[in-house]
Structure formats: C-alpha cells, structure tokens
Design a protein around this ligand. Structure first.
Ligand SMILES: Cc1cc2nc3c(=O)[nH]c(=O)nc-3n(C[C@H](O)[C@H](O)[C@H](O)COP(=O)(O)OP(=O)(O)OC[C@H]3O[C@@H](n4cnc5c(N)ncnc54)[C@H](O)[C@@H]3O)c2cc1C
Length: 489
C-alpha cells in the first residue's frame, strides 16, 4: 500500500510567531495523523527574535519583552499545552501601582485609572497628576455627544475629543503610545484600542462605559479590586505574567517540541516564488540555496516579508512595505537598593513625551516580579526609543547610559553608578499601526488569499504583543494545514 507523500511546510522566521506556527503544525499533524515535514528557516544563530533572557549569578532579566497580558488567552493557553503552567509568575501582590513622571517628579497613577480614563472618582479627584481644569475636562466626557464610528481616527484625536489634552499628554500618550512606541497623532484607535470606540458607541461616554464594565467585572469576580493598569484580569492570573525562569523558556520549550533537524539556523530567506509546477513554493536563501515546499508561512517583520514576495506580487510588496517600524532599546541597570532614595513602592513609571526625557518607561523588575534578584538589589529596566524618540536610539551606547542615568537621578534619586548595565538594541522592531492600519491589513489579507499555500503571521498585522503573535502564528498554521488537506482530498 502506497503511503501518502509527506507535506513539506516551510516556516520563515524563528521569533515567537514562527515558533508558534511551527509548533501548531506539529501539534495538529500529530493529532490528525498528517505526514508533515517541517522546515523552520531562521536568519540568525538563535531562536526567539526579540525575546532574550539574561541570567547571571542570582539575577535574571529580560532584554526584550518582560511579560505578557493574560486578557488575551493565547500565550497562557500555549504555556498550558507545553506544560509550563507551573512556570507562570504573577505580578507581586504588593505595590500594585504605576507612577507617571511629570514636572520632574513621579505621581501615582490614580487608583482605578484604566488606560485612558478614571473608573473611581476619589483617587482621580485627589490626584496630583492633573490640574482642576484638566479633571473637569475629563469629566466632560460624561456629557459630550458620541461620534458614530465610521472612520478610523488617531489616539490623539480620540482622546482630545473625549477627555481633553491633559488626558492625552499625561496618560494616553505614555500609557498607550508607550506600548506601541507610537506617535499618538498617527496611532490607529481601531488597531490599538478598539474597546474605547465601542464604549463610546455603546454608552455614549468612555467613562460611563468603563464604570459599566467595572461593575460587570466585579460581579463576575467578587472580591477582586480594581488596581488600575496593573490589576487582576480574572480569578486565576494577574493582568500581566511572566515565566519564572525567563521568557526564553517558552522559546526553548517550543523548539524542543519540533522534530529533530527541522530548524535551519543562519538561513536568511531572500525571496519566495511559485515552483515550476505552479502549485508549490520555492524559497531561496541569501546564499543561493533553494528549497521547495507545499506551503510557506512567513513570520518576519512586514518590511522583510515585502522584499521576499516582491516577485510574486509587487502590489503585495508595496502594501507590506508601507507599514513603518520604529527602533527600540532596553537598558537594564542593577543597583544596590540603598543607592536609590525613592521607596520603589510600585512596578515602575511611564514618562510622557512632553517631559522631554530620554526614557519611555522604567520597570522596577524585581519588585514587579518576585525572584529576579536578591532583596538588597534593584533591577531597573528602561525602555527607550520608539517613533517619538529616534534621536535617543541614535546615540552611542555610552551616551544612552549617560542620559538615562541623569534622568534616573531626577526621578528616583539614584545616587551611584550601576553595578551592571546592559543595553539591548532592537532596530526596526516595533510596527507602527497608523490610522487606516486595519484597512491596509485587509488589503494584504485579500492579496495573500489569492496566493494559495502562502500565509503571513507576526507582529506587523493585528497585534504586537506576545499573545497576538502566538495567535497569528497558530492561525496561519491551521489555515495552511486546512489548505493542504483540502487540496489532496
Ligand atoms: C524591546 C521590546 C519590548 C517588548 N515588550 C513586550 C512585552 O513586555 N510584552 C509583550 O507582549 N510584547 C512585547 N513586545 C512585543 C513582542 O515582543 C514582539 O512583537 C514579538 O516578540 C515579535 O515576535 P515575532 O516572531 O513576530 O517577530 P521577531 O521577534 O522580530 O522575530 C522575527 C524572526 O525572523 C527572523 N528573520 C528576519 N528576517 C529573516 C529572513 N530573511 N529569513 C529568515 N528569518 C528571518 C529574525 O531573525 C527573528 O528571529 C516588545 C517588543 C520589543 C522590541
């Protein structure tokens, strides 16, 4: 009896998106008895993309992402399937507070403040972060008429329209713009914060909508208090979690689950083309070698994917190339606790662009997540660069350290030089979801749907966070297996 020919699927890019895609292929193939040959092509000598954990003595810290959100279930689900649930670490129970830098000092984000607007009056009214005029303007959101959602708008336009300029400059830009390292005047509301558009549409006001949601949440999880940006997402996990031994454990575990010999390092892909039979795909590497597969999943940043597909569809190339990217960096600094005068009674602080400082955000890493360093030490994780501060990314390593240390002196009263410092640069790592991004993605999806056997995944399309990347990789894997099994029936 002839055995069915194996199906070769080529995954390009070994970041979390590509690994999630490859793992999902293997998972489904094993479950459904599909004869799969997996090839994962990674340009560098390591997996994980921007995910990289650093360990030394009793210290453990992240040089790229440091945590993931649990409201989007895909990362937690994957950890559970990989038997990594025991590794999941919640944010510390103590000090669930975020600070905002303004006027040269740190102000606590008012308790109950959820991304853009307050859900609790008293902490908001007492807050030193806003003037009385600013508070009144935010409260006007309760009275202003709702605008029907027809077209996309920028974060800046939406927040100024509903909540006023102080809400934009002191909260929305650093909290939301910071996550996307984006210019709020360009960041798409529909692609980044669609929930707030929905709240406006449903309740006529962002604040009223958030009150309603908060009441519902309390009813469904009694006893759970709102703690602002760092609060609980449900009974089981805190809003953000990490892995006990570092996020690269997720990368390593995924790699271990792939068939032996399926990962090719140092294999940068130059281009993709239809094979001679007009059905399969030929992938050509920078070194001229080529490999043919039944399907290809491309999990590289859009600007790299654009070059690869240039010959297949020049219009698709142009659409992909129109997604711009910003560069970011993480500077990790380790100090003696006694060298810092601030009580560090929070998870860290965000810095509005109007402060004119070098830092986008600073996390007190071993306070946010326990077990990262001895108690006598502090790990500060400083996030830099982005669309608003390319000039900071352009500085030399020494210059970056110098300006950051000056700013840390201002906000935290840091008195000494760090015991250890490590700068990790991530050039062109953050896709910018500009106004109209979802339309652009729909056009890209339309073009790709006309190229059977090709799928795209990664942070460039529908979400930058780790859970979104995992989801996009898994969906691409499912669609390619469905295509191949359907085609051979
Ligand atoms: C500094 C920083 C902090 C972040 N913090 C968080 C956070 O705390 N929480 C969170 O959820 N998200 C965070 N993010 C976002 C999230 O980490 C990323 O969006 C996500 O990890 C991207 O994964 P990816 O696989 O799509 O892309 P990448 O990680 O960029 O991986 C792409 C891979 O493709 C490879 N590649 C590139 N070109 C080629 C080629 N021609 N051929 C073959 N391979 C190629 C690369 O070498 C790389 O391994 C952060 C991002 C950065 C940069």
């Amino acid at each position: 009896m002839a055995t069915e020919r194996s199906k070769r699927i080529i995954v390009i890019g070994g970041g979390i998106s590509g690994l999630a895609a490859a793992h999902r292929l293997v998972e489904i193939a094993a479950r459904e008895g599909i004869n799969l040959e997996l090839v994962l092509l990674e340009a560098s000598t390591r997996l994980g993309g921007v995910i990289r954990t650093f360990r030394q003595d009793d210290f453990i810290f992240e040089c790229g992402p440091d945590s993931f959100i649990t409201q989007k279930p895909w990362a937690v689900n994957l950890c559970q399937r990989l038997e990594l649930a025991e590794q999941i670490v919640q944010t510390s129970e103590k000090c669930r507070r975020t600070y905002v830098a303004f006027g040269g000092k740190l102000h606590p984000l008012p308790e109950g403040f959820m991304m853009l607007a307050p859900t609790r009056w008293m902490p908001f009214l007492r807050s030193s972060l806003f003037t009385w005029g600013g508070k009144l303007r935010m409260a006007a959101d309760l009275l202003l008429p709702a605008k029907p959602i027809i077209q996309d708008e920028s974060l800046a336009d939406f927040v100024v329209r509903r909540l006023g300029r102080q809400a934009l400059e002191r909260i929305a830009q650093p909290m939301v713009g910071g996550i996307y390292t984006a210019d709020p005047a360009q960041l798409s509301m529909k692609a980044s914060m669609p929930i707030f558009l929905e709240l406006e549409k449903t309740y006529g006001s962002v604040i009223r909508g958030m009150w309603h949601q908060e009441r519902q949440r309390r009813r469904s999880t009694p006893g759970v208090q709102s703690t602002g940006g760092q609060g609980e997402s449900g009974a089981r996990y805190s809003l953000f979690v990490t892995l006990k031994d570092g996020l690269d454990v997720l990368v390593d575990t995924l790699a271990e689950r792939l068939p032996e010999g399926s990962i090719a390092y140092d294999s940068a892909v130059a281009r993709i083309a239809r094979a001679h039979n007009g059905i399969n795909w030929t992938v050509t590497l920078d070194n001229g070698q080529s490999i043919t597969g039944d399907a290809v999943i491309v999990c590289t940043p859009a600007y790299k994917t654009a070059t690869m597909v240039a010959e297949v569809d020049p219009d698709l190339r142009a659409l992909l190339a129109s997604i711009s990217f910003a560069s970011s960096a993480v500077l990790t600094l380790i100090y003696n606790r006694t060298d810092i005068s601030h009580p560090l009674d929070g998870f860290g602080f965000v810095v509005p662009a109007v402060e004119g400082c070098s830092i986008i955000a600073c996390t007190f890493s071993n306070i946010k997540f326990p077990g990262r360093a001895p108690d006598s030490k502090v790990i500060l994780r400083v996030f830099l660069g982005g669309a608003l501060q390319p000039h900071i990314f352009a500085l030399s390593d020494d210059e970056i350290e110098g300006v950051v240390q000056q700013d840390l002196k201002t906000y935290l009263g840091v008195q000494a030089l760090p015991q250890l410092s490590l700068l990790s640069r991530h050039p062109l790592s953050m896709p910018q979801f500009h106004v109209g991004h979802l339309n652009l993605v729909a056009q890209i999806q339309d073009k790709v749907s006309r190229l059977p056997g090709l799928a795209l995944a990664g942070n460039s399309y529908l979400g930058v966070g780790i859970p979104d990347c995992i989801h996009s990789g898994e969906l691409a894997a499912e669609s390619m297996l469905a295509y191949l099994t359907h085609n051979t029936k």
